[in-house]
Design a protein around this ligand. Structure first.
Ligand code: COA
Length: 324
């Protein structure tokens, strides 16, 4: 009995950018990107593909899959770090675009953990009000926040959106548990400044443009340690063994991180859904896009135990278990 996912949807920008195309933008090469990250292509937003527009389309598809009307939605949350405006939120734009006239709406900034933190939030709302239906979306147009002179970052990220409609079910299915953590002390390792301050007293001394900056090696180590820790803590607190998990849908950071995690957790490769070679790291959108693809391909059956784990800037990280 609990919060179930009633439907999923996703939306990717049309433009596909290959590693070879990036060779003419920054000093890099296809071979380096493939071996270090596993990424082959990523999607890049064009006209009409702002974060909220991708989010709204993913939401429409999730609503159709769930057979839920926009008017039934009580809350819209968009996990994003690349909204096209600081105010209003992407969630408010989505609320208007899809006609969720009975919903309140806001964005959630937990970087790549945005969707999982949103899932946890929806679970709490729904457990207090069983009539509530919640739309959780992860959406990014990170191409607008990349420094295309910085080869450490611009090759890694991509754009897209994924959505899930959540509601209450009195069956034995639903969210089993979550384990979420943050550590703000390590913010410098992965961050993105806001706009340059117009108040000289608040101007940042080391403002380096409103782009993603990253210490790749450090992030790599922390990401594996954090996700492994969260997964183990959650399974232990729920008394569930990894053997009884049917599918793992991790944050699609890059193939090397995922392979290391798979090894550390001693997971069979076939149990882990990976689509990062196609889309790169789409931050908050990565888990819901992967979930929608796995769901659409028939990889998840009713009653399956699905495990999610994420890691992102903040640092923020966590894991969630759901009986589908
Ligand atoms: N193309 C070619 N060379 C590149 C490059 C690129 N796109 N990016 C960096 N390099 C170079 C570096 O400048 C460095 O050269 P140097 O030795 O002459 O200084 C060399 O490659 C090694 O760099 P390093 O950063 O040590 O590589 P790495 O093996 O750690 O791989 C990452 C880099 C970014 C792929 C890896 O650290 C990583 O996956 N980090 C986690 C990133 C991530 O997932 N972040 C988001 C988490 S949500």
């Amino acid at each position: 009995m609990g919060t179930v996912i009633l439907g999923t949807g996703s939306c990717l920008p049309k433009r596909v950018v290959t590693n070879v195309e990036l060779e003419s933008v920054v000093e890099t090469d296809d071979e380096w990107i493939r071996t270090r990250t596993g990424i082959v292509t990523r999607r890049v937003s064009g006209k009409g593909e702002h974060t909220y527009q991708l989010a709204a389309e993913a939401a429409r598809r999730a609503l159709a899959a769930a057979d839920v009307s926009p008017e039934e939605i009580g809350l819209v949350v968009v996990g994003t770090i690349s909204s096209h405006m600081q105010m209003p939120s992407s969630a408010c734009f989505v609320q208007d675009e899809i006609g969720a006239v009975n919903a309140f709406a806001y964005d959630l900034n937990a970087a790549c953990s945005g969707f999982l933190f949103g899932l946890d939030l929806a679970d709490k709302y729904i457990s207090l009000d069983h009539s509530m239906k919640v739309l959780i979306i992860g959406a990014e147009a990170l191409s607008s926040r990349l420094d295309y002179k910085d080869r450490n970052t611009c090759i890694l990220f991509g754009d897209g959106a994924g959505a899930a409609v959540l509601g209450y079910s009195d069956s034995d299915r639903g969210i089993i548990g979550t384990h979420m953590l943050s550590d703000g002390s390590l913010w410098k390792l992965l961050h993105m400044h806001g706009p340059e301050s117009s108040n000289p007293d608040l101007a940042e001394e080391n403002w380096t443009g409103a782009y993603i900056r990253m210490e790749g090696r450090e992030v790599f180590k922390h990401a594996i340690r954090a996700m492994e820790g969260s997964v183990r803590s959650l399974l232990e607190s729920e008394g569930i063994s990894l053997d009884s998990v049917d599918l793992v849908i991790p944050h699609q950071a890059n193939t090397r991180i995922l392979n290391k995690l798979i090894k550390r957790l001693e997971l069979p490769q076939r149990k882990v859904f990976i689509n990062v070679p196609k889309y790169g790291n789409t931050s908050a959108a990565s888990i819901p896009i992967a979930l929608d693809e796995a769901n659409d391909s028939g990889l998840i059956a009713k009653g399956d135990t699905v495990l999610f784990c994420s890691f992102g800037g903040g640092f923020t990280w966590g894991a969630a278990l759901i009986k589908w």
